[in-house]
Design a protein. Structure first.
Length: 385
């Protein structure tokens, strides 16, 4: 008599070779209900070995990827199905199947698809630096070394992060770092503060901090790890209307113009958030939500993994409605999202790596009854009922 574990492996093998029927998928969900999602761990590990014989991958790597996918239990069939296809997508990424190719179980030879489907590549590391004189420097393809020198301030690029040395600065000027849609970047400010910038963001900052305070201006989303200096408080001005003050702390600011709120989330230390006459001090784990339109500031305790997922290279769609998910995809893949017909406002839960091709992401989302069409030439994603 076939055991549950062997049945699970059989169903996984069918799915990997694109031969799973709807009945097979339902049977898989029933097995996971009985065994728990942890049962996928050994099954996925065996699939890695069987699908690409001889491919080197350490047990630690397999465990890390699998555990990242399966670290939560899920309650509804829709959520379970989403996570199952998310697991498969990460599996496909981990075994490095080339874009536009398909690998059938039992064969080491990739077979090209006859008709390549439209697709959009994921975003990458990159940014545009605008100097005080208006000169723009595209950082995407630059190697390590000196980027620019202005008024005695040396700007260097080291392993994908821009750094400022203002030791010989004669005058203070302002630079602006911009991460277009489809780009994100890291920056080390003159005081040693580390900044991670998400796609579709900008940061204006001085080439050296002088006076009694340190102040920068931003739009979009950024994560700050502020260098400690109690005598010179650090301020972030958001969209010209909100200030976050920190002495030495870590926090995330989410302030896109197409979202309903400005969200300032504290991970470590202490910050004061000011918006007009409203002022609140946050403790670690708290988030200040400020409506773009008129409205009072509210304090909540969000899922911190979800807040910082972008910094770690993941999408976290926990309890996220369809349009919020689409806004994230639009920024990272630099696409326009168009809705055709009466599209249901489906909610999602799960994580996906940002390194997936757009077609891989939409294939996963399709499994929860949302349809998509990619127009590669126009960089459009059409959402269908």
């Amino acid at each position: 008599m076939q055991t549950d574990s062997s049945r699970l492996q059989e169903l996984l093998d069918r799915w990997m070779s694109d031969q799973a029927t709807d009945a097979d998928k339902e049977a898989l969900l029933e097995l996971l209900d009985r065994q728990g999602t942890e049962a996928l761990t050994p099954a996925l590990r065996e699939a890695w070995d069987n699908l690409r014989p001889g491919m080197a991958m350490s047990d630690e790597t397999k465990d890390a990827i699998t555990n990242r996918i399966l670290h939560r239990q899920h309650s509804t069939p829709v959520r379970r199905m989403f996570w199952w296809y998310a697991a498969a997508a990460v599996l496909a990424l981990a075994i490095a199947i080339p874009a536009g190719m398909k690998l059938w179980k039992g064969s080491n030879t990739p077979i090209a698809k006859e008709n390549r489907q439209p697709d959009v590549a994921p975003g990458k590391e990159g940014a545009i630096l605008t100097l005080a004189n208006g000169q723009q420097i595209v950082l995407d393809s630059l190697g390590n070394g000196l980027v620019a020198s202005q008024q005695g301030t040396q700007i260097t690029l080291q392993n994908g992060r821009l750094a400022y040395d203002a030791a010989q600065a004669a005058d203070i000027t302002y630079n602006t770092m911009t991460t277009p849609r489809g780009r994100k970047f890291q920056l080390l400010l003159p005081d040693g503060t580390k900044v991670w910038m998400n796609a579709g963001s900008s940061l204006r900052f001085p080439t050296a901090f002088t006076g009694s305070e340190r102040r920068v201006e931003m739009t979009g989303e950024a994560y700050f790890e502020v260098a400690k200096d109690a005598k010179h408080p650090f301020f972030v001005t958001i969209n010209g209307q909100t200030d976050v003050q920190a002495l030495g702390t870590e926090f995330n600011i989410h302030a896109y113009a197409d979202e309903q709120h400005i969200n300032a989330t504290l991970l470590e230390g202490s910050v004061r958030v000011r918006n007009g006459n409203n002022s609140r001090v946050l403790t670690p784990g708290q988030q200040a939500r400020i409506p773009h339109e008129n409205g009072s500031m509210t304090i909540v305790e969000p899922d911190l993994d979800q807040v910082t997922a972008w910094k770690s290279g993941y999408f976290n769609f926990q309890n996220a409605p369809l349009r919020e998910v689409m806004r994230q995809l639009a920024r990272w893949y630099d696409i326009e999202v168009i809705y055709e017909g009466n599209v249901p406002d489906q909610q999602f839960e799960g994580e996906l790596p940002q390194s997936l091709q757009l077609s891989q992401v939409t294939k996963i989302l399709t499994k929860v009854n949302i349809k998509f069409r990619i127009e590669e030439d126009k960089k459009r994603l059409i959402v269908l009922p």
